[in-house]
Design a protein around this ligand. Sequence first.
Ligand code: ZN
Length: 224
Amino acid sequence: MMIFLVLFLVSLSLGCLSKDDEQGKLDIGVVYRLNLESTMSDKQQNVNTKECPTIVSRTEWNARSPKCNETMKTPVPFVIIHHTHMDRCHDYDHCCAEVRKIQDFHMDVRGWCDIGYTFLVGEDGRVYEGRGWDTIGAHCPWYNHQSIGISIMGDFTTVIPDKIATDTVQALIKCAVERGKLSPDFILYGHRQGRNGTTCPGDALFKEIQSWPHWKPGDHFPPK
Ligand SMILES: [Zn+2]
């Protein structure tokens, strides 16, 4: 019985580690997974009752090393909402794989020095660390040095994300204010309001965020 349990836990942990990870990292993955399962029995509880939602660190999702690291002055005055325009994800393993795929795309295809977003959110109710709280991102020119860029994983052109994901975004924003990373009187925009020519965060999600606190209407493209 015990051996089956161990095999099960090991198989659960593999999704967030690359195939050639050394044993040491695998052990960390198992320990992390055990901790995670013990605190994530109720996703909704996770979102609503903690000050900050669970943030899956770069180490945990097995990020590549960044080629840059420029400190961002906080608190910042803006939140920019994105969708990834790629696959949706509903569980830890799939979301970790998706974040790695996006980092590869941003670094290898776009030629950026790291994944562009400050944070990503999955429909598993977790936040995945992108550049993180204190590093300038690459998600919306002119706003990069003065915003938290949050991207919900998926294509939300015709459908909105599961409530668990939008609740998690709200919890992350609240957490950002409480930690002094975001001004209490911040302004929230969809990506298309800060950059001409993009449909991000998708028509359906863009309509949804218009009812969120601190959203302001209009286009606010950067000064030329
Ligand atoms: Zn975007």
